[in-house]
Design a protein around this ligand. Sequence first.
Ligand code: ADP
Ligand code: MG
Length: 245
Amino acid sequence: MSAPPVLECAAVRKEFRGNLVLRDLDLTVAEHEVVVLIGASGSGKSTLLRCVNLLEPVSDGSIRLDGEHITDPAVDPDRVRRRIGMVFQGYNLFPHMTVLDNITLAPRRVHGRARAEAEAQAMGLLERVGLADKAKEFPDRLSGGQQQRAAVVRALVNAPRLLLLDEVTSALDPELVGEVLDLIRTLRDDGMTMLIATHEMGFARQVADRVCFLHDGAILEQGPPERVLGEPAEPRTRQFLQRII
Ligand code: ADP
Ligand code: MG
């Protein structure tokens, strides 16, 4: 039997006080696959990512990670989150801690790893993203792009099975967007499995194996980026793309 997909969302429904935000959404992400979520503001992209990371409980349906039913109420969310990395739009780093402490906090506190071992691994990752010289700085001494790259390192430190990225370049000045997108491209080339919400259509086209257009809490169409972004089948996808390009 072949291995289950890394992520499998089946009929995921999410309601906020009667407001239906995810409508029985199905989504599968295979190992090494990069799936990009696009869609208007309010279409449910962040909510979906937050449900996958168990930051929000689903109202119905199920989510599986490597075949394990993680939305089962008996599951320990901390144990699941150790296998998932997540980076948000901005303000990912704790301002009162150095970059290195930010990155090693979870491995040391939550996972009980020795400081020296956690720091050595963090330094290796910081070197890879060109930030080794910033390890002892506080976040406010870094540019927005450097802070987001450090936030990506923090998300990678547990060697996650899945990386969730939510509009990670939205808060950045335009000239800083490229360095963060370059890092994500490198992770893709390394085989990281990713689910990414973005407004950067050029980036989606370059990095995605599959693009999913979310409308009103459901995936209206999905497929290879050239197809969905270049020749969308659904009028709503066309409207969305015309508006943002
Ligand atoms: P997107 O990321 O695509 O912009 P969101 O997932 O943030 O969309 O939001 C989808 C819908 O869910 C919006 O209507 C939003 O107002 C609503 N929503 C998101 N989070 C909450 C919350 N914590 N409480 C109530 N409504 C929420
Ligand atoms: Mg969002």
